[in-house]
Design a protein around this ligand. Structure first.
Ligand SMILES: [Zn+2]
Length: 411
């Protein structure tokens, strides 16, 4: 493998640029050199009344208690628009983090992605009685041990990365990868789908579940790669820069072929005439999960609600996959309204995202790993999950309105 291959984007969805981004954008997202040509994005003028109303609604939801995950969501999605220090060069100030160990957001609201690559402690982070987060601070997978086998959400970027940071760490947590029964791919971006083929090799009975619109994009990517054609953006592994010679191009092609899912067994379809939908999936005699199609980050983004145990009691864990997408903020808001209603019906009372940088979840995961009796912000209660999703929906609505009003500049 060439040295350039090492620079594979292993957690490429950290910035808004990941949605529909070009490889060059992805490379920029991880460079720490300001690019003067890149325009400022985010707030430039005070809100007009409608956007202010959405913002204030989100703020009221966020500050109804002191849950740090919900407050982070408000700060980033509503107040700052997910600006990155890499946007520097057009007049805004780039400031430093308050505390890199706890929070990737600076006083001015800049998001600092470069601290998000640290691997999780050995054996992953157990954040509930029977649920773990494996991977790195910025990107990971969720594993839930049920009486009917293991359930997994997301699979990292490549088979190699998946084996290195997930499979090799599972035995230390008492988990056997051969026991995986279902793999839920939260969305089609390459940093979530790369290990699915490995699971299907180790656990041939395991079923791979995905939102139907994203599964169709994966189908296109697989077909294009097998025909030696250019795959659609987003669904295949990116490198930081374009291959410079034929050998590098061939290596990238092989990595993409290994990483694109060979098979999607179950597709979550929208309801007739809608963009959203959901399905109850019977895992076995004692386990049922709900998969929810909630497009926004991608056309087929999916969340999953899984029964879990926490301090000996049954709870419902909502697993999110993906960050925002200003270009589709209006759709995203409607999807979050839908997800909010499904989550309430199912009784979701616990929440996590496979991108552990969101809400600085990595910090809370590490804290719980060190002291399982510490307060657990993931177990935020039904009201907490409802408010978290409400914050996200209102902030997406505010983003859409601000872009319409011209009070924020495009991302
Ligand atoms: Zn993504």
């Amino acid at each position: 493998m060439s040295s350039r291959a090492i620079a594979l984007v292993i957690s490429g969805c950290l910035l808004a640029a990941c949605a529909g981004a070009t490889p060059q954008d992805a490379a920029l997202a991880f460079s720490h050199t300001a690019d003067p040509a890149r325009p400022f994005r985010g707030p430039i003028r005070p809100d007009l009344p409608l956007a202010r109303g959405y913002n204030d609604a989100a703020r009221a939801l966020a500050y109804a208690d002191d849950n740090p995950l919900i407050r982070w969501a408000y700060r980033v999605w509503c107040e700052t628009g997910y600006r990155s220090p890499e946007d520097a060069g057009a007049g805004q100030e780039v400031d430093e983090l308050i505390d890199p160990a706890q929070d990737l957001v600076s006083p001015q609201g800049f998001f600092h992605s470069r601290f998000a690559r640290t691997p999780m402690p050995s054996g992953g982070a157990r954040f509930l009685d029977n649920a773990w987060y494996f991977g790195a601070d910025g990107l990971g997978v969720i594993v839930v041990r049920t009486p009917d086998g293991l359930l997994m959400v997301d699979t990292m970027t490549t088979p190699e990365e998946f084996e290195q940071v997930v499979l090799s760490e599972m035995p230390a947590a008492g988990l056997n990868p051969a026991d995986i029964r279902y793999v839920f791919l939260g969305h089609m971006h390459a940093d979530h789908t790369g290990g699915a083929n490995v699971v299907q090799r180790l656990a041939p009975e395991a079923k791979v579940v995905m939102g139907a619109p994203d599964a169709a994009i994966v189908d296109q990517a697989r077909e294009a790669l097998r025909n030696g054609e250019t795959p659609p953006p987003g669904a295949t592994v990116r490198w930081r820069s374009r291959p410079t010679d034929a050998a590098e191009a061939a290596a990238l092609h092989q990595t993409r072929l290994r990483s694109v899912p060979n098979r999607i067994d179950m597709r979550i379809e929208p309801e007739p005439g809608q963009t959203t939908g959901s399905a109850r999936i019977r895992i076995g005699p004692s386990t049922e999960v709900v998969a929810v199609l909630n497009p926004g980050h991608t056309p087929g983004q999916m969340s999953v609600i899984i029964p879990v145990q926490h301090q000996g009691e049954t709870r419902q864990l909502l697993v999110l996959s993906g960050n925002d997408n200003p270009d589709e903020a209006a759709q995203y808001a409607r999807s979050m309204d839908y997800l909010r209603s499904v989550a309430a019906q199912v009784g979701a009372d616990t929440l996590i995202n496979t991108h552990g940088y969101q809400s600085a979840m990595f910090y809370h995961l590490r804290r719980l790993q060190a002291d399982p009796s510490a307060s657990n912000p993931f177990a935020m209660g039904r009201s907490g999950v409802d408010r978290f999703l409400g914050v996200f929906a209102e902030c997406q609505r505010a983003t859409h309105q601000r872009l319409e009003d011209g009070t924020w500049l495009a991302f």
